[in-house]
Design a protein around this ligand. Structure first.
Ligand code: ADP
Ligand code: ZN
Length: 443
C-alpha cells in the first residue's frame, strides 16, 4: 500500500468519507432497505421478487443483498425507455444516457436530490485528486447525454472552481484554449488525453504556455503504464475515477492523494465482486465482475447492476488518507471484451501494459482479431516512437522481438506484431475503440 501522498490529502465531505466502519455499515443497511423499498415500486422487481419469494421488508443484514435479483444491461433494453424510473414524471429533474452506439441509448433519470448528491460525489474525487476552488478546469468530455460532461461540471461548480465547458473535439482549439485561459485541470478520456498530448508535443507548443497540473480521467479502461506515459509526457498528474450511467454516472469511485486504488463511495454504493459464471462472490481480494447497488438514487433504484467490468475490491484495511471505504483496482477488462485466443483468455489491457513497457512503442496501438485459418489470431498494429524508427531491418526486428517477448510474458501468446509509422492509426476524442474483431465481419 502506498504510504506517501502524491499531493496534499484533502476531503470534500470528511465525515461521510471517513465514517467508522460500523457506522458506515449500519448506514448502508438502512439505505439498502430504503433502496429495496423504492425498487419494489417497479414492475420489473415486483416480478423478480415474486419469482424468488423475496419479501422487500426481509433485509436484516448486509449479506441479505445476495437474496436480491441481479440487473443486467439487457434489462434496461427490455424495459425501454423508462421501465426503471420509480418516481412520477414531475419529479424527474434530469435525463442522461449512454452513448447508444449499438442501438437506442439507455436512459438514466435523476430527481433533484439525485443531481444534488451526484455533484457532491463528483466533488469528492475531484478534491481528493487535487481540485481546488481557485483552479480553472477544461472539461473536454462530451457535453450531452454522456454522464461525464454534466456530472463533472456539477461537481466542479460545487467545489467553486472555474469551468471551461469546451466539450470534446477540435484539438487545435482545445490547445489554444489551454494556452489562452491557462486551466490547471483537464477532464477527458485517457484516449483523448493521448491525442492532445501528441498534438502538444509534436506541434510548436511551448509547454510553459500551458498551465496544466492535473487531469481526471474516466469513462474507459486505461493502464498504470499509460498513466506513466501521459504523466511524463505532459508533466501533469492524472487521476482515475469510475462510474457508469446505469448507476448514476461518475462519482462512484475515485483515487485519493495516496493512489491506493479508487475509494468506493460506500455510503452511496454497495459493491460486490462475483464470478461471472457461477454468480457467487469471489474470495476477498480476488478479481471478478463488479456488481453495483446504488443506495440513494431516487429516480432509478437499480439493484445489483452487473457492470461486466472486471476488477478487484481491496479489503486490506484503512488507507493512510483516513478514508474508511474499501478501494477498487483499475478496471482490468470487461467480460464482453475478453478475447479467447487459442483457448487463452486475453484482455486488451494486458496487451496495453506489455506494449507500454517497450520504449520504442508509442501509446497508439490497435488490436485486430481475425481467423485467417481455423484458429484465431491477434495482430497488434503499433505506432513507433519517431526517434526509434530505423531503416535497419535488424533494428526493427530487434524491436519486434522485444515487443513479442513482453506480450508473451503478459499473455502467454505470440501475436503478429505490425510496426507502423507515427501518426497512421486512428485517434479518439471520447472513448477509444482499440479492438477490431474481424471474425464476425462477413465479406
Ligand atoms: P456507455 O459507454 O455505454 O455510454 P457509460 O459512459 O456509463 O456508458 O460507461 C460506463 C463504462 O465505462 C463502465 O462500465 C466501464 O466499463 C467504463 N469505465 C468508466 N470509467 C472507467 C475507468 N475509470 N476505468 C475503466 N473503465 C471505466
Ligand atoms: Zn486513500
Amino acid at each position: 500500500m502506498n504510504t506517501v501522498p502524491v499531493i496534499e490529502n484533502r476531503f470534500w465531505q470528511h465525515d461521510a468519507e471517513c465514517m467508522p466502519r460500523p457506522q458506515l455499515e449500519s448506514l448502508q443497511l438502512q439505505r439498502l432497505r430504503e433502496a429495496v423499498a423504492r425498487a419494489s415500486a417497479l414492475p420489473f422487481y415486483q416480478k423478480k421478487f415474486k419469482e424468488s419469494g423475496f419479501s422487500p421488508d426481509s433485509i436484516k443484514t448486509l449479506d441479505d443483498i445476495r437474496r436480491l435479483p441481479f440487473t443486467l444491461k439487457a434489462d434496461f433494453r427490455d424495459n425501454y425507455p423508462l421501465g426503471f424510473v420509480a418516481v412520477p414524471r414531475s419529479e424527474v429533474s434530469r435525463f442522461q444516457g449512454t452513448s447508444g452506439t449499438t442501438g437506442k441509448p439507455t436512459w438514466t433519470a435523476y430527481t433533484r436530490g439525485d443531481v444534488d448528491r451526484w455533484a457532491d460525489l463528483c466533488a469528492r474525487f475531484l478534491v481528493s485528486g487535487g481540485l481546488r476552488p481557485e483552479h480553472t478546469v477544461q472539461i473536454s468530455f462530451g457535453f450531452g447525454l454522456f454522464t461525464g460532461g454534466f456530472g463533472l461540471h456539477n461537481g466542479i461548480q460545487r467545489v467553486g472552481a472555474a469551468i471551461i465547458p469546451i466539450s470534446s473535439g477540435n484539438s487545435a482549439r482545445q490547445i489554444m484554449t489551454m494556452q489562452d485561459l491557462r486551466p490547471e485541470v483537464l477532464i477527458c478520456t485517457p484516449s483523448y488525453a493521448l491525442k492532445l498530448m501528441d498534438d502538444i508535443l509534436s506541434g510548436n507548443i511551448d509547454r510553459a504556455s500551458i498551465a496544466l497540473e492535473h487531469a481526471h480521467f474516466g469513462g474507459e479502461p486505461w493502464t498504470e503504464s499509460m498513466r506513466e506515459r501521459i504523466e511524463s509526457g505532459l508533466g501533469i498528474r492524472c487521476w482515475n475515477n469510475y462510474g457508469m450511467a446505469e448507476c448514476g454516472g461518475p462519482g462512484i469511485a475515485g483515487e485519493c492523494a495516496y493512489r491506493n486504488g479508487m475509494h468506493i463511495q460506500e455510503d452511496h454504493y454497495i459493491f460486490e465482486v462475483i464470478d461471472p459464471d457461477t454468480l457467487e462472490p469471489v474470495k476477498p481480494g480476488e478479481k471478478g465482475e463488479i456488481v453495483v447497488t446504488p443506495l440513494t438514487r431516487e429516480a432509478m433504484p437499480v439493484l445489483r447492476y452487473r457492470t461486466r467490468d472486471i476488477g478487484i475490491v481491496y479489503d486490506d484495511g484503512e488507507c493512510p488518507c483516513g478514508r474508511t471505504t474499501r478501494r477498487m483496482s483499475r478496471i482490468m477488462g470487461r467480460t464482453d471484451d475478453m478475447l479467447i485466443i487459442r483457448g487463452v483468455n486475453v484482455f486488451p489491457s494486458q496487451i496495453e501494459s506489455a506494449l507500454m513497457q517497450c520504449k520504442a512503442v508509442s501509446p497508439h496501438y490497435m488490436i485486430e482479431v481475425s481467423r485467417p485459418k481455423a484458429l484465431d489470431e491477434i495482430t497488434v498494429h503499433i505506432e513507433m516512437e519517431p526517434s526509434f524508427f530505423s531503416d535497419s531491418m535488424r533494428e526493427m526486428q530487434q524491436i519486434r522481438e522485444n515487443i513479442d517477448r513482453a506480450i508473451y510474458g503478459a499473455t502467454g501468446l505470440h501475436m503478429v506484431i505490425n510496426l507502423v509509422s507515427p501518426n497512421t492509426l486512428e485517434r479518439f476524442e471520447g472513448k477509444s475503440k482499440r479492438v477490431k474483431d474481424l471474425r464476425n465481419l462477413k465479406f
